[in-house]
Design a protein around this ligand. Structure first.
Ligand code: PXG
Length: 291
């Protein structure tokens, strides 16, 4: 059986899941999306992802044509149609079909689609050995222009950062704010451990409010690890005891080298490993039942 895609109220075959060249999601990146995971028959933090989706839509004045409760059913229905218990879900709402002008008023109906498929995981050695990453010279979009807290379809800023990573054979790149503070990575949030305190940049600097980031902050607190949102620089990265990234696809992944500097002892740290284990337990046990 081929992949079934939810598109505007219907489950269609992958080959038939097509949208118009006049869709403003394509023409202008005018839309919002979510990347969600299912583990062991349960969708991890579905309500939080839906909250972020509806908030992102609100921020760009995009009215999703049905409530979050119905969107929850869209996600579950798509997973069931593909008989998935573990997988990656991409939920997208675009401004919809309009004309060639920017004006969103010309788009009467948002396009909604949901893809649920198998996830291609990071290689196992990334978790065992840790990542070697770099800082991108491309700065994060300034929040005053387009808030990076909106998970919009316009990912060019991150893509430019990702291209810099790839050029240096790195799987991720750290992105700094215009003032040179660490914000996040191209598709992951970042944490450091310094003086036994776990630190992650505050989202007002211009980072996405990651669902995984929040889960890890909760797990830290539950495990008596002090965790703070704090503004920090590359100096703090280089001199950190530990560093790791968080994201729906990556989960919690250790970082052992940044811009040629060895972080800590060059191996995934004790706190990082503890949080990886705790996160695994959490995803296996918590979530919205699919079946
Ligand atoms: N920051 C950014 C900029 C993101 O896009 C995260 C942080 C992590 O957030 P969550 O909620 O997932 O913990 C993201 C989400 C990819 C890819 O292919 C990654 C995301 C979105 C789309 C594609 O790496 N990351």
């Amino acid at each position: 059986m081929g992949l079934k895609i939810y598109l505007d109220g219907k489950l269609v075959n992958k080959e038939d899941a097509k949208i118009s060249v006049f869709d403003h999601g394509l023409l202008y990146g005018d839309g919002v999306f979510e990347g969600i995971r299912a583990y062991n028959g349960k969708v991890f933090r579905l309500a939080e992802h839906l909250d972020r989706l509806y908030n992102s839509a609100k921020a760009i004045n995009l009215c999703i044509p049905f409530p979050a409760e119905e969107m929850e059913q869209v996600v579950l229905k798509t997973l069931r149609a593909n008989k998935l218990r573990d997988g990656y879900i991409r939920l997208v709402v675009t401004r919809g079909v309009g004309d060639l002008g920017l004006d969103p008023r010309k788009c009467p109906k948002p396009t909604v689609f949901c893809i649920a498929g198998k996830i291609s995981l990071y290689p196992e050695e990334f978790y065992r050995l840790g990542l070697t990453i770099v800082t991108a010279s491309t700065r994060k979009n300034i929040p005053e222009a387009l808030s990076p807290r909106i998970k919009s379809l316009n990912y060019l800023n991150s893509i430019l950062g990702k291209m810099e990573a790839t050029l240096q054979n790195a799987p991720e790149a750290i992105m700094l704010t215009k003032d040179g503070y660490v914000a996040e990575c191209t598709g992951d949030n970042i944490f450091i451990l310094k003086d036994k305190i776990l630190k992650t940049p505050p989202t007002y600097l211009g980072a996405l409010e990651g669902v995984t980031r929040k889960a890890v902050m909760e797990l830290a607190t539950r495990n008596k690890i002090v965790c703070q949102e704090e503004v920090f620089t590359r100096y703090d990265l280089f001199t950190a005891e530990e560093c790791f990234l968080t994201g729906t696809a990556a989960e919690v992944v250790p970082v052992v080298r940044i811009d040629g500097r060895v972080i800590g002892n060059g191996h995934p740290g004790k706190t990082t490993l503890k949080l990886i284990a705790e996160f695994k337990k959490l995803t296996a046990n918590e979530g919205t039942e699919i079946y």
